[in-house]
Design a protein around this ligand. Structure first.
Ligand SMILES: [Zn+2]
Length: 372
């Protein structure tokens, strides 16, 4: 047994009363999830995921094994995969022509190390689609969530770093073919300057459409391979006004257009990491905006759903133990119908936080028999 599992067991042996619980049963919240791996320390302690109110687990697509899926199935939880779309940096070693090109006409350095890939590189796209299909064929997943489905950027921080890309010859050719806009036969830097000024709206529209078309193809593969599975996306949580429309203009994410293909939106309002450490209400404000934007209320039977992923583990900024309930409270208000916590890797050595998550998840579930 690991040291952490011993701590979990010790907490079980001597019940510790948590702070007074203010969150009560929320029948509209059907998913109470953990993101980032099998919660092995809980299982090693002899307790079940149901005891913590957990009914769903997200694993990275690269860490799927038949054994892990079977283990989670035995725990009666739903099993979801996270799938990397435009961030397979290793691909660039053998395919340097897939590197995003900046407005100066040169490969754009990875902002803060977050390397993106050009979204019109055809063999890269084929390789991701093949990996997506392979995942769905090999494993009995309940759904696949797209991750890093956006332009070359490091936005997951208080001050985002989002260079303008991709101005490679292939993207500029595709843009002209698709939009009908003609660019002068000038060096890339001059063409990029036109795209960011005179043709800004056309350029932004086209970039979003390219990424939406990836989602369309993912949907087609999912429907043909494992139609019962859900298609979700982990996405930037900003409103249209935040950072000057950067979600659309820099990250190239058109949520309304993607809604034609996506079942579940999982915005990532990591309040502490993103400069709102003392304001967990920011989470529910962003989720409420998304609901209005997509026309979703969280009512039973809605086809599209919102399940935010909220920050409980420390990343950049810490999330204090006393804030765990408030974060899950704001992450599970309608229009959300599910909530999942980021991230097991940072929680496994903090059993007191895991206990707090368990208390709140059980309160959300209510005293009735555990629901799936
Ligand atoms: Zn490109």
């Amino acid at each position: 047994m690991t040291r952490t599992a011993c701590v979990f067991t010790a907490l079980l042996a001597v019940p510790v009363l948590g702070p007074a619980q203010t969150v009560g049963p929320r029948p509209h919240v059907v998913i109470r999830g953990i993101y980032g791996g099998v919660p092995q320390e809980i299982l090693d302690s002899g307790r079940s995921l149901q005891e913590f109110g957990v009914n769903a687990v997200w694993l990275g697509s690269g860490s799927f094994t038949a054994e892990r899926v079977a283990l989670l199935r035995a725990q009666q939880v739903r099993v979801f995969a996270e799938f990397n779309t435009l961030h397979v940096a290793e691909y660039l070693k053998d395919h340097p022509d897939a590197a995003p090109v900046g407005a100066d006409g040169r490969p754009s350095p990875p902002p803060d190390g977050w390397q993106g890939v050009c979204p019109t590189h055809e063999s890269y796209r084929r390789s991701r689609m093949a990996a997506f299909k392979d995942l769905l064929e090999r494993f009995e997943v309940d759904g696949v969530w797209l991750d890093y489905h956006h332009g070359h950027a490091s936005w997951e921080q208080t001050a985002p770093n989002m260079p303008d890309t991709c101005f490679c010859d292939r993207c500029l050719r595709r843009f002209q073919d698709d939009s009908g806009v003609r660019l002068p036969d000038r060096p890339t830097a001059e063409r990029a300057a036109l795209l960011l000024s005179t043709h800004r709206q056309h350029w932004a529209r086209w970039r979003m459409d390219v990424l939406t078309d990836w989602v369309r193809e993912f949907r087609m593969i999912l429907d043909a391979t494992r139609p019962a599975a859900l298609l979700g996306t982990f996405h930037n949580p900003w409103s249209d006004e935040d950072f000057g429309s950067a979600r659309q203009e820099k990250l190239a994410i058109d949520l309304r257009a993607q809604a034609a293909f996506i079942d579940v939106f999982s915005p990532m309002p990591y309040h502490a990491r993103f400069g709102h450490a003392g304001d967990p209400q920011w989470i529910s404000r962003q989720v409420a905006w998304l609901g209005r934007y997509l026309g979703l209320t969280g009512a039973a039977g809605e086809q599209r759903r919102i399940w935010p992923i909220v920050q409980i583990s420390d990343w950049g900024e810490s999330v204090p133990l006393e804030q765990v309930e408030a974060v899950l409270d704001h992450g599970s208000l309608a229009p959300a119908t599910g909530v999942l916590v980021f991230a097991w890797g940072g929680l496994r050595t903090h059993p007191e936080k895991v206990e707090a998550i368990g208390r709140t998840f059980r309160a959300l579930r209510g005293p009735a028999a555990p629901s799936r």
